[in-house]
Every structure is written in C-alpha cells, then in structure tokens.
Design a protein. Structure first.
Ligand code: SF4
Length: 59
C-alpha cells in the first residue's frame, strides 16, 4: 500500500519541508499529498513523527 495521508491533514507543510521528494502540497495548497508512496527515505519517518495531526502512516 505504501505511505498515505488521511483526512486529518491540516496543511501545515511540515512534511513537505522535511521530505520534499515524497510529499507535496496539492493544487490548492491546503493539503499535503504523497507523490512517492513507495519511498524508503529516512525523512518519511521524520515526517510521520513531526506531523502535528498524526495524519501520515505507512500501510
Ligand atoms: S505534516 Fe501532517 S498536517 Fe502537516 S501537511 Fe503534512 S500531513 Fe498535513
């Protein structure tokens, strides 16, 4: 399944700043989206830990 962001995302952009190869903001700039769900980069774990909404998970 890979990396997913649920509806709790509040668009803080923290994950995008920490891990820009994996996360990006959507066209409206209000929610993050995953552009590389299969990434194994260490920054994914950092982004999961840093997300204030606990909206990111690996499934
Ligand atoms: S860190 Fe969490 S709340 Fe912030 S943009 Fe990323 S998924 Fe959304």
């Amino acid at each position: 399944m890979g990396i997913v962001i649920n509806e709790d995302c509040m668009g803080c952009e923290s994950c995008v700043e920490l891990c820009p190869d994996v996360f990006e903001m959507n066209a409206d700039g209000d929610l993050a989206v995953v552009k590389d769900p299969d990434s194994t980069l260490d920054c994914v774990g950092e982004a999961i830990d840093a997300c204030p909404a606990q909206a990111i998970s690996r499934e």
